[in-house]
Design a protein around this ligand. Structure first.
Ligand SMILES: Cc1cc2nc3c(=O)[nH]c(=O)nc-3n(C[C@H](O)[C@H](O)[C@H](O)COP(=O)(O)OP(=O)(O)OC[C@H]3O[C@@H](n4cnc5c(N)ncnc54)[C@H](O)[C@@H]3O)c2cc1C
Ligand code: FES
Ligand code: FES
Length: 478
């Protein structure tokens, strides 16, 4: 990987000045799940990365008058669980829950998703049907852009390279509104082969307003205007829904690529638009159906970043970072282009953390940062400053006593070659912290960002289930 400098500005003004200083050689980075993979693949070779993580005004979800305001740096994990989003924009919460896997959702942002401008971006279709407005700031001031005017082509949007997406404004929806988001991919954590979002208003069984959007089936996320016209002012009977399915398949403009064929994409989009309409119709007709129960655990989901420490080495190339590693305060002088996995393995010689793909795909490098699972291969070492990091070594208690999860993996055949095991156990640790009694489905979702080439997952799921039972029994005893 080519070296780059890494800045951590704490205000928009500082970020714009740094961008100006590098005159086209710099790029903003949010969670880095797209940026770091492309830098590692040498698709992008910036001389500088400007982190947006420390600009506090870019994060958070709030109600502002008639709008739900979501900061551009808000994490998918926060959006997935936020009560305001669940209430006012459940289709966006659904999309958030389907982005990649827990490790990616714990660092990736909604702003990064939109600014990446991939036609498959999961955030786009729900925000299109909600007719969101994007707030964009630049050195010359602030402007607002309707999301329908934002995307210009694959990987292209209407922002200049020095502008920052600061917030997304979602207008409040009237009662009798229903919405849904559906996604079809090759495997759980894959990007969409096709996705569909709808938002409808119903009155006396008639569809008064209908917004339909589809992703990954055109050069940009699409609004399906012909389908919308067919639905508006009419009862959504089974016959009409069938016609809408056919029209949706005809209206999209997909291509054949490695993920799917053009014809499959058309067919599946038609089916998903119909199913999303059926789901949204049910929701519109039962407005009391609360989704708050989806929120699990005691986490507020809000991140409260500590200040990055300053010191004699605090430059954009090299920095002294101080953090808590497995219960001990440590410090290390790290280079700007090094990832946390490298620092753990090479500086601290904690080789339990493995590096497989190096691209956020396999989960072998999973560790906990401030209690949340992350792929350490994509996590810039600079961003570890002031945080708490737990690796597989940190689970072992005094007297070499293994964690119940480690013991359960050994006893229940969850380990074969063992390469995936540390990452798998760290994901399971994060899951059990959030949800002490997971179902099999929840366990499978919790480890969806971890690949195992040996065990076939059955024993791994069993190991996690048994560990949760042991932990529950220990709790009762104590
Ligand atoms: C294994 C894996 C699986 C994935 N699966 C999915 C998936 O299922 N669905 C999906 O939609 N995506 C998926 N992605 C893509 C990616 O994770 C998401 O698009 C994510 O939301 C990007 O957010 P980020 O904060 O990491 O963006 P970054 O990587 O930090 O940034 C992405 C781009 O946006 C720019 N940028 C970021 N924030 C701003 C801002 N506020 N203002 C201006 N420019 C900005 C950056 O300069 C960069 O060009 C996946 C990625 C990986 C590695
Ligand atoms: S996800 Fe980090 S090494 Fe594969
Ligand atoms: S035990 Fe070998 S990869 Fe999972």
């Amino acid at each position: 990987m080519k070296r780059f400098v890494y800045y951590q500005p704490q205000s928009l003004k500082e970020a714009f000045e740094l961008m100006e200083k590098h005159k086209g050689g710099a790029r903003y980075v949010a969670g880095g799940t797209d940026v770091m993979t492309r830098v590692k693949q040498k698709v992008w070779q910036p001389e500088a990365l400007i982190s947006l993580r420390w600009i506090k005004e870019l994060s958070g979800i709030s109600q502002e008058g008639q709008f739900l305001r979501i900061g551009g740096m808000t994490l998918w994990r926060e959006i997935e669980m936020d009560p305001l989003v669940l209430k006012h924009a459940p289709a966006l919460a659904d999309a958030a829950s389907m982005v990649a896997n827990p490790q990616i959702r714990n660092v990736a942002t909604v702003g990064g998703n939109l600014c990446n401008a991939a036609p498959s971006a999961d955030g786009a279709p729900p925000l299109m049907v909600l007719e969101a407005t994007l707030v964009i700031a630049g050195p010359e001031g602030e402007r607002e852009v309707a999301i329908s005017d934002f995307f210009e082509g694959p990987g292209r949007h209407c922002m200049a390279s020095d502008e920052i997406l600061t917030a997304i404004l979602i207008p409040e929806m009237p009662v009798n509104t229903g919405m849904a988001f559906l996604k079809s991919g090759r495997v759980t954590q894959d990007i969409a082969v096709s996705s569909a979002a709808v938002c409808i208003q119903m009155a006396d069984g008639v569809c008064k307003k209908c917004h339909v959007s589809a992703g990954a089936v055109g050069p940009v996320p699409l609004r399906l205007k012909r389908v919308e016209t067919m639905a508006e002012g009419r009862k959504l009977t089974p016959e009409l829904l069938q016609q809408i399915q056919d029209e949706a398949a005809a209206e999209v403009t997909p291509i054949t690529d490695v993920r799917s064929t053009e014809s499959y994409r058309r067919t599946v989009t038609g089916v998903m638009v119909k199913r999303a309409l059926e789901q949204a119709m049910r929701q519109a007709e039962e407005p009391s159906a609360s989704r708050d129960s989806v929120v699990s655990g005691d986490e507020s989901g809000k991140s409260a970043p500590a200040e990055p420490s300053t010191g004699p080495y605090d430059t954009a190339f090299r920095k002294l970072i101080r953090f808590n590693l497995n219960g001990e305060s440590v410090e290390a002088e790290v280079m700007s282009h090094k990832m946390l996995s490298h620092v753990l393995r090479k500086t601290f010689e904690f080789s339990g953390t493995k590096e497989g793909c190096g691209q956020g795909e396999c989960g072998a490098c999973t560790v906990l940062v401030d209690g949340e699972s992350v792929n350490s291969c994509l996590y810039p070492a600079f961003e570890t400053d002031g945080k708490t990091v737990t690796t597989i070594e940190g689970l072992v208690k005094e007297g070499n006593q293994l964690d119940p999860l480690q013991e359960s993996f050994i006893e229940n055949g969850g380990v074969q070659c063992g390469f995936c095991t540390p990452g798998m156990i760290m994901s399971a640790k994060a899951l059990l912290k959030r949800n002490a009694h997971p179902t099999e489905e929840e366990i499978r979702k919790g480890i969806s960002g971890n690949l195992c080439r040996c065990t076939g997952y059955v024993q791994i799921v069993e190991s996690i289930k048994k560990a949760s039972e042991v932990l529950a029994a220990n709790e009762v005893k104590s």
